[in-house]
Design a protein around this ligand. Sequence first.
Ligand code: SF4
Length: 486
Amino acid sequence: MNTDPPASGRIVLAGELMLDVLLAPAPHVRAGGGPATMARALSAAGREVTVLGKLGPDQNGRWIAAELAGAGVELPVAPARSRATGYVVMRRQCDPAASPPPGEAAPGTIDRVVYVERGANFLLAPADVEGRLVGRSWLHLSGYCLVDADPAEAAFLLAGEARRAGIPISLDPGVPWAFRGAGSEELLRLFRLGLPGGPDFFLPSGDMAAHLAGETAGSQATGRAARDLAGRFPRVVVKDGPAGAWVGGERAPLGGGQAAAGADISGAGDVWNAAFIAATLDGLFPLEAVARANTQASRYVAGCLARTDAASAGAALAGGAWRSLAWLKVESGEAPLLVSACLAGVASAYDGQARPAPARGPWADSPTRRLGLPVCPEQLGGLPTPREPAEIPQGGGEGVMDGRGRVVDRAGRDVTVAFRKGADRVVELARAVGASLAVLKEGSPSCGVGRIHDGRFRGRQGPGRGVTAAALRQAGVRVTSEEDWT
Ligand code: SF4
């Protein structure tokens, strides 16, 4: 374990890269995922930062890459071909009864996650990260890269390289619901990253700390959990939202930072992490580092809440050093539209290829103009890419959704369950974002809008709808094909 970190050198952050979508109620977007938020906060503070994470080849991924490059963040990992950029959709909920006097932050404001699609993050692999720590000063890992097998292997590889090189390692394990089904002992093993003693700095939220210690969330439970965890990792700081933090099991003074009571604003924990790492690199651990982190996170929250009008979320950040963290309003003001991933440049089709995009697709190159969210229902249903082609012998998509029909692949396997699961997930997204329009790939057994193959694998199509197209139509979404936009 390194107790005397070098003060210079790039900080490396590894984990998820997402498009953050905030429905407040008009859509806003920003480059998101914990590492992207931390990277921009660190860059704004004059630190050199590298993010190891995976984007997709779609317009959202290109936009995020440009945003991070514009903020001075290095992004060396090549985008995935076969998965779209991940996205997380949140709703900002304000308690009108809690509206404060002008100039004061609003309590009772919460960003609630309503849909998560991890997308290309699933494909971060050891080869993407190997050897990227040479000359670096710090490694921070997001717990979300421990959810899936390949990214977890990449994280373990990075942790091993960092330990051998004497580079300090911090881990923010994220929220418990991301690790559904995993017990606390299993998670504690995972969060040790295969290292004797685990990461040098373990930075859980109060909720995660309580979960790991088998406590029910609550301020007293957080204190008990913090004391329990202090005996399990070298240095533990439990973030307790507006109440501050626990250091090594002891309550740390807020140190000048006081966020709005009851406010739970997305990104605040990441801004806290960034300030904590920068302060520790400056030699301020532990209480001074925590105090500085509390102050920075409080300022961020206050900036996000300075206007109680939720539609201008982040406006107060736009003119300051954290300009790149501000939410950007989607110009069209319309609900996100859903797009077949293979039409958005993603090689998600059964043959491992993308399909030509329509000449005048209704989504824009930038999600800040009109927001399109790529979906591939067959991937969402758990099918691999590439895969055997599949067809619907009878009943069309409607028949599959009401249990009369089935979907069979060329090898004769019944893949109905996967197709229905994918369709259900797309409908769930449509409802979460209030989508009223989808642009889908014509002829597909999932996405076909007016035609599908006849079920005999002989290259002939007839009238009919794919499973997802039928499900979206039943859910009240207008389904169009790329042929309607050429
Ligand atoms: Fe995926 Fe639909 Fe494209 Fe097939 S047509 S690859 S299911 S998005």
